[in-house]
Design a protein around this ligand. Sequence first.
Ligand code: PLP
Length: 463
Amino acid sequence: MKYISTRGAAPMLAFGDVLLTGLARDGGLYLPESWPMVPADEIRAMRGLGYAEIAARVMRPFVAGAIDEADFEAMVADAYSGFGHPAVAPLKELASDHWVMELFHGPTLSFKDYALQLVGRLFDHVLTKRGQRITIVGATSGDTGSAAIEACRDRDAIEIFILHPEGRVSDVQRRQMTTVPSANVHNIAVQGTFDDCQDMVKAMFNDQAFRDKHALGAVNSINWARIMAQIAYYVVAAVALGAPDRRFVFSVPTGNFGNIFAAYGALRMGLPVDRLVVGSNSNDIVTRFFETGSMEMRPVVPTTSPSMDIQISSNFERLLFEYHDRDGTALGPAMERFREEGAMAFGDARWKSMRELFEGHRLDDGQVGAEIGRFFRTTGETLDPHSAIGVVAGERAQRPPGSVLVSMATAHPAKFPAAVEAATGVHPALPNRMSDLFDREERFSVLSNDLAVVRSFIEDTLA
Ligand SMILES: *Cc1c(COP(=O)(O)O)cnc(C)c1O
């Protein structure tokens, strides 16, 4: 399998290089040159298999030719072996034909572990084979950072720098990053927003000299390998609930558009998906786009679902590429204009065709709290604010008769205890394995919102 950039001006790469590169050299994102199909009989043959077995089958075509099949299967099995639930991603029924998939049983309690536990192992495997080292630089709105740190800690070939917006992530989220004592882990609290952090990371990747000198690698969802690993759980959910013989609607609380793009990938691989539902908090750029056809940046508002406090959804570019008939030379200039002007329309016909598949729903913090309380009282389930947004967006969505709705629960309620306790009256407890989180020592550097300052901090640390 070869990979192409959404902006059409970067070289085609094989899987190993896409993994290590992250952002393409033309500023675009990598996608497979074509979507491999999983025929209905192969989907049916997955019934009864475990999470890791299905995941390996789904991902196999994406790594074909780059990673030995037996090595890959062993890495996938190992990646999910330490998760806190035997089903890895258990499904719970909330209402008739409405299921929640719990994606928070990994080491840092968010869905990001499902991709990053594998990506860390893939990095290690490819770097060791090549005798290379890499510097991971990533921005986090809360959950990516801890999941990436957990995936990369103590790996000889990796140094990892994670930028988070100071004071804008929850205490649990911050402590999960800053209490890891490993020498290859470096946390930076930036005095700015998540978008500022993400812009700095992008700027460092766009500086070819800096990028080459330090062999920068990405763990943000601009990295294709993360999307690939996330496609797997949509297939796992659908197989468990009757695919290929039933049809599905997936609802996903959305920030950077990586998770829902993985659902789109599952559809392109042959999963019977009728609709994809975006759940937004007050930072609703994607939901507004599906409502109006125009994409418009606005300042970020802090919410009780901080992992979705984003004004630009990077992975939306991957969807735009598909809806521009994969013409990167047309999309590239449009994306540049969007960055400069902060607004753009992508054409009525294109928007209408996206609307046939996608819809968005937004909830403000007050509604999120009320809905967490309602689910707690009526079903006994405790949802975190992100998951509640996904579940309610799913309830509100158009559903073709007979379809199965699966809403993605992206974080454990104990990651956001203040919002959950306010809504339910019950303090959500951390799982036993991290019950001493608040006793561990923290380690991080606070830096001003200035690219030059952050860059030299990274250079000095590496030197
Ligand atoms: C990262 C994150 C999201 C947003 O996912 P995207 O792939 O960026 O759209 C939603 N919920 C939680 C808990 C997250 O950590």
